[in-house]
Design a protein around this ligand. Structure first.
Ligand SMILES: Nc1ncnc2c1ncn2[C@@H]1O[C@H](COP(=O)(O)OP(=O)(O)OP(=O)(O)O)[C@@H](O)[C@H]1O
Length: 796
């Protein structure tokens, strides 16, 4: 019974709300937006005229409204006419005084918002400006009381005057001045993070002053970036957007543009067959700046709100002088393919060419009755007759019903990083960790979401483009993710490849506490770091469990909407991408000690936002073991020396037939794509890094939890003579809060979980807290600070 009215009510609501779609109607919104903008322009004219001609118009405004409206002989000086004069009188004089100009700003911003342009974070701006109007109005009302009696204009407006009089009567004039000062301070501190930081800096201890001043210099520059449109909006877009596109497969929806090449009448037999060429699709490139939706609630980017993403200008265009594949080359290849196949009695009915940046794909449709295996077996013969290295035959091409023959172009094209980063596909990507890697055979930008991969194994012989590939992946992420959203852990036993990223320490890097080098090169430290990432992973799982979230995205969403309490240990979780450059060196030296934590991270870390990219130039089975392979479903192979190497990486041959210089095969699940990796030079990477590192960063790198080598003393064997330095402070905090929580200690002192746990064990041994009660906080045995101080004194 109780359900019935509810349901009908809902149904009613649905049918009775026909206005909703009307408001969503694009045309209506467009007209409304323009209207609001025009109204704000009109009010601006009216208000400014009012300042100049208001005095002259006063007498006319005193006329009865009928005379004013209906009698066209009554004229006013205001440039917006009688309506403008009247509105100005009502809003400025009878309303909020000169503060009313802020209304015009709000109107304009609203107009733009309706038109779909978020100039500012709307809700915040609305609240801030309304409060500001009140403040200005009361302040002017208070200070210009006397003039308002003689002049036609009331600077604070009627309301400003009434309110200021009321406040003065309540708290006196001096009290009101104080009230105005404290309220403007509060408004500015809440609204502008920089004001807060500046004021906080004034009250800090002296030795820090210099650093603060430096950061202020940067802040002033940042002031110019109006309302965080660039950096934050990109962030908000990524964070807010639920829809994450799978971008792994190349788009096949669009029909290729087919161009028929008229052949010269030379060879009679091969001429019968027409070659259709799929024209290069010119991908749309946009140089647009990052833009996105507004964001409210907790803003993780706020601490570095002025952060500017690297610009595309930092990148070179390497594609100049790129040679096109000539019609002669196409026809010659086609004729050779047809001839060779005919030689082996294989007839074909159709042949089509798709020109890629480094290879051209010839797709053939064999005559009915021809066995595919027969063509596959002729791979070497076709390669020989085409006198080209790196022919790869795909028989059949999945989903196409054709057989593909990939032939390298005589003049390969360099795909510049700039071109793929400026592609619309990348710019408008809503992926969580978008990576643009290069171009496919059909000249489309090849992209994937690292979150979905979720770990990548990169392998290839030396000098085939592996390091460039890794730089491309890292740079893509740097162009899209704010430092608060992404942290890298770089492991580089070779000490040269990833070192150039060390300048990003305070923006993008994560490291162990007390570790000096931001890029890890020492094998022992790699072991600690990987284990520490395992601890971080476990901690994150605990947080997710507490928050009833299934993955990091859900968790962060809850955190951003302030549904998780930081007091209970919750924090915004950035993605962590672990990049290991020469994986073989590590396995050779440390073996299982390295392999196992890597495998564990690969198995479990996906849901908590930890992803791994491991690279090796030695694709042998003792390096890429079964355990590694099983946990790295996504693999990128650059050219390798032998078919066996290719099988080790991809489980299939093919990588041995690549042509090098960034030519690669990407296997993910059952799909395999040939992609020309984009090219990014070391100076370009350096430019990106210095662009970022010159901006203000976090005070330190992101600290991973401490990891102890399993030699921790258990609670039973705690040695109180060897107390942690923080023991006393921790004891005081626990007694003061009457809460025996390890995560509270961890948070208050910014220390790792292990250390906090050890302190807690010492507190237990000292009788300050009771034994562990699982996930609950421990009971605090010491009731007051006096007893505690007595205990602490007994130790000294
Ligand atoms: N995508 C690419 N486009 C064009 N040229 C490339 C590309 N990638 C690599 N190259 C060329 O190949 C050279 C070697 O590349 P890279 O340093 O990435 O090889 P590598 O496999 O990392 O070698 P090593 O394992 O010895 O470090 C580069 O200097 C560049 O000239």
């Amino acid at each position: 019974m109780a359900f019935k009215p509810k349901r009908t009510g809902k149904a009613k609501q649905k049918t009775k709300n026909p206005r909703k779609p009307f408001f969503r109607n694009e045309k209506f919104r467009f007209i409304l937006g323009i209207f609001v903008l025009l109204v704000s322009a009109y009010l601006l004219i009216a208000f400014i005229s009012f300042l100049f001609y208001g005095a002259a118009d006063q007498s006319r405004l005193d006329l009865p409204w009928k005379d004013l409206v209906l009698n066209s002989d009554v004229k006013v000086e205001n440039k917006a006419g009688k309506t403008g004069a009247y509105l100005s009188e009502m809003i400025i004089n009878q309303g909020f005084g000169l503060a009313s100009f802020v209304f015009i700003f709000l109107f304009a911003v609203t107009g733009f918002k309706i038109l779909g342009h978020n100039l500012v974070k709307y809700r915040r701006a609305l609240i801030f400006n309304l409060v500001l109007i009140l403040w200005i109005s009361v302040t002017l009302g208070f200070f210009f009381q006397k003039t308002s009696a003689t002049s036609f204009i009331y600077p604070g407006g009627h309301y400003g005057m009434v309110l200021s009089n009321w406040f003065s009567s309540l708290v006196g004039k001096t009290g009101l001045v104080f009230l105005l000062l404290i309220s403007i301070l509060a408004i500015l501190v809440i609204r502008f993070e920089k004001v807060y930081e500046f004021l906080k800096g004034l009250f800090r201890r002296k030795p820090r002053k210099k650093a603060e001043q430096e950061s202020l210099v940067v802040n002033e520059e940042e002031e110019e970036i109006e309302n965080e449109t660039v950096a934050e909006d990109t962030f908000s877009k990524v964070i807010d957007d639920d829809v994450v596109k799978a971008v792994f497969e190349p788009d096949l929806e669009e029909e290729p543009v087919e161009v028929k090449i008229p052949e010269k009448e030379e060879d009679s037999e091969t001429d019968e067959l027409e070659l259709t060429v799929q024209e290069k699709k010119e991908e749309e490139e946009i140089d647009k700046e990052h833009s996105g939706e507004e964001m409210e609630d907790y803003d993780p980017t706020l601490e570095l709100s002025g952060f500017k993403f690297p610009t595309l200008e930092l990148l070179e265009d390497h594609s100049y002088g790129n040679a096109e594949v000539s019609n002669e080359e196409l026809i010659a290849n086609k004729n050779r393919i047809v001839e060779t196949l005919r030689h082996y009695k294989i007839e074909i009915t159709k042949i089509r060419a798709t020109i890629g940046p480094t290879i051209t794909l010839y797709e053939i449709v064999p005559a009915p009755g021809i066995r595919i295996a027969k063509i596959k077996n002729l791979e070497d013969d076709i390669a020989l007759s085409l006198a080209a290295l790196g022919i790869r035959i795909i028989a059949p091409i999945p989903g196409r019903g054709t057989i593909g023959i990939e032939v390298p172009n005589q003049n390969p094209e360099t795909v510049s990083m700039r071109s793929i980063l400026s592609s619309r596909k990348f710019q408008e990507s809503t992926a969580d960790l978008p990576v643009a890697l290069g171009k496919t055979i059909s000249n489309e930008t090849f992209m994937f979401d690292l979150v979905k991969m979720p770990h990548i194994l990169v392998a290839g012989a030396t000098g085939q483009g592996k390091s460039v590939g890794i730089n491309v992946i890292i740079s893509s992420l740097l162009y899209k993710k704010h430092p608060s959203q992404l942290k890298f852990v770089f492991v580089d036993p070779k000490k040269v490849e990833l070192n150039l990223y060390s300048v990003l320490e305070k923006h993008y890097l994560a490291k162990l506490p007390n570790e000096e080098e931001p890029v890890i090169t020492d094998i022992q430290k790699v072991k600690y770091t990987l284990n520490s990432i395992n601890v971080e992973m476990d901690q994150r799982y605990d947080l997710l469990k507490k928050a009833h979230a299934r993955n990091i995205k859900e968790y962060n969403k809850k955190f951003i909407s302030r549904r998780l309490n930081p007091e209970k240990g919750h924090r915004f979780l950035p993605y962590i991408v672990v990049v290991i450059d020469e994986f073989a060196d590590l396995i050779m030296t440390a073996g299982k000690e390295i392999e196992l934590p890597i495998a564990r991270i690969a198995q479990l870390a996906r849901a908590v936002g930890i992803h791994m990219i491991i690279a090796t130039q030695r694709p042998s089975t003792n390096i890429i073991t079964g355990v590694i392979k099983a946990n790295f479903p996504a693999r990128i192979a650059f050219k390798v020396a032998s078919m066996i190497d290719s099988r080790t990486i991809l489980d299939t041959p093919g990588a041995n037939q690549l042509i090098g210089k960034g030519d690669m095969l990407i296997a993910s699940g059952s799909s395999m794509t040939r992609v020309q990796c984009a090219f990014i030079d070391t100076p370009e990477v350096e430019k990106i890094c210095s662009f970022i590192s010159e901006q203000r960063g976090f005070p330190s790198a992101f600290l991973l939890p401490e990891y102890e080598d399993g030699e921790d003393a258990g609670p039973g064997e705690v040695d109180l003579n060897n107390r942690d330095e923080l023991f006393e402070d921790a004891a005081r905090i626990v007694v003061l809060n009457q809460m025996g929580s390890t995560s509270m200690i961890q948070r208050k002192f910014s220390i790792g979980y292990n250390r906090a746990g050890r302190i807690m064990d010492q507190l237990e041994a000292a009788g300050v807290v009771g034994p562990s009660e699982g996930s609950k906080a421990r009971q605090v045995l010491m009731q007051d600070e006096y007893t505690l101080e007595q205990l602490l004194n007994s130790f000294n």
